[in-house]
Design a protein around this ligand. Structure first.
Ligand SMILES: [Zn+2]
Length: 457
């Protein structure tokens, strides 16, 4: 018999592999974090001696979802600055609080974000951390990834130009953030569960010299870059005023836009922008809840997909969502495109699930590791219990996942073969304790922040 660390058997497996295999009574065997078999149970019967067996009878097994844009500390800021447009919302919610963050607050914010992620089927997150003025806050986010057990990309964010009210404390000179990125890359280079990326915050928050240094540094180190792009019309206005070109063509000119670039939002695009994206090989993170809450507009997801651009899904930070729920994000993705085009045939459930899995994997350059359930790939998956009022009776598991699901459907989540959520219980941390401490810390932060963030109440 072959040794396996974990076997999940009798589940209905939705593999999302190239053939789109669905296995009604399937086995997934896992060894050392990787899938070693995905096959009908009848074919694997008696083949594995497993350290642990999960019986998924009556349930569905999907590849883990990939959330390509969060700001984990923003889970502390839910509901603040509500009903304001982007720059006013930044001044009302993020900017008064971000400079006050300490290690405990940053850790708790990240832990809550990771808990909600595994509870909504996400096994990988891209955390776009801010240019925290205090050193060491990047490291506690990575600790939260490891404690809760999510696969993480940590995009070390930065800005070197003051733009708008309250931005001053978050600005750093390039030599400071570049040195910190080198430090992080050296410290976590051997960790399979986390990647370090660069995160210039937005074109309007960067000097020309800072943008060019970022492009050179990324090319030199081979580091991926993620950046907010064309969330509103401000990127193009600012780029035209300073550089005489729109944002995307300018970034392509300076060599920042390439296949290792993940452009977040991409709401305000014209046909030329889409051609620039396609030609560069850059990927897109679509964040519908955030775009709707901030009234930013609707990203042309259908046109991007038709052009062959990789589109992945993100929640954005909880300050502009106000959650980290990838199930909700999938539903909003489909509905927003349909109502905008006045065409129910635009962006179907199957396409949305692909964006949330394989699209995310491609956006991260990790299509060989995650995004589908296949032999050799990581054992990143969730077990879906259909027997919940919201999803029952179920006829089509993919439609149910997109349109009729909530946290309670996600009973078990596995990341790199580690069971991080088991029958609804978070295994890596004491969830109730984290939630209580995060509430206390968030209330205290807001109370002590200069210029008190505005709540809608
Ligand atoms: Zn964002």
């Amino acid at each position: 018999m072959e040794r396996a660390d974990l076997v999940i058997e009798h589940g209905h497996v939705i593999t999302l592999d190239a053939e789109g295999r669905r296995i009604p009574d399937g086995t997934i065997a896992v060894r050392e974090g990787r899938v070693i078999a995905v096959a009908p149970w009848a074919e694997t019967r008696g083949r594995f001696s497993a350290g642990r067996v999960i019986d998924a009878s009556g349930k569905y097994v999907f590849p883990g979802l990939i959330n390509t844009h969060i700001h984990s500390f923003q889970t502390l800021l839910k509901g603040l600055g509500r009903d304001e447009p982007l720059l006013d919302w930044l001044a009302a919610s993020i900017r008064p609080v971000a400079p006050m963050l300490d290690e405990e607050a940053t850790y708790l914010g990240a832990a809550v974000a990771c808990i909600e992620s595994i509870r909504s089927g996400a096994t990988t997150v891209v955390d776009y951390n801010y240019a925290h003025p205090r050193p060491g806050l990047q490291d506690v986010v990575i600790k939260a990834f490891a404690d809760v057990g999510v696969r993480g990309v940590h995009a070390r964010s930065f800005s070197d130009r003051v733009f708008g009210e309250g931005a001053g404390p978050l600005v750093q000179p390039p030599e400071v953030f570049l040195a910190d990125i080198d430090r992080l890359a050296a410290k976590y280079g051997g960790d399979d569960m986390v990647d370090i990326w660069m995160g210039p915050s937005a074109l309007w928050n960067m000097t020309e010299a800072g943008l060019k240094e970022t492009a050179e540094f990324a090319a030199d180190r081979g580091l991926p870059v993620t950046m907010h792009i064309d969330e509103t019309g401000v990127d193009d206005e600012d780029s035209l005023a300073r550089f005489g070109r729109k944002a995307l063509p300018y970034l392509a000119d300076i060599g920042l836009l390439n296949e290792r670039f993940l452009a977040v939002h991409c709401v305000h695009l014209d046909a030329d922008d889409i051609e620039v994206l396609r030609g560069s090989g850059a990927k897109v993170s679509h964040n519908p809840a955030s775009n709707m809450i901030l009234g930013s507009g609707v990203a042309p997801v259908d046109v991007l997909l038709e052009a062959g651009v990789t589109v992945s899904l993100g929640t954005d930070g909880a300050a502009s969502n106000d959650s980290q729920d990838m199930l909700e994000t999938m539903k909003l993705t489909a509905l927003l495109q349909k109502v905008t085009r006045r065409d129910p045939g635009v962006v179907g459930a199957e396409q949305v699930v692909h964006m949330a899995t394989l699209g995310g994997a491609r956006a991260l350059g990790k299509e060989g590791l995650i995004g589908s359930l296949e032999v050799g790939k990581a054992a990143d998956l969730f077990v879906y219990d259909p027997l919940r009022a919201k999803s029952s009776p179920l006829h089509d598991p993919v439609a149910a996942l997109v349109y009729s699901s909530g946290e309670s459907n996600i009973c078990t989540t596995v990341v790199a073969g580690r069971v991080v959520l088991e029958d609804g219980v978070v295994k890596g941390v004491d969830e109730a304790d984290i939630l209580r401490r995060a509430q206390r810390k968030a209330t205290d932060l807001v109370r002590r922040s200069p210029g008190r963030p505005r709540s809608a109440a």
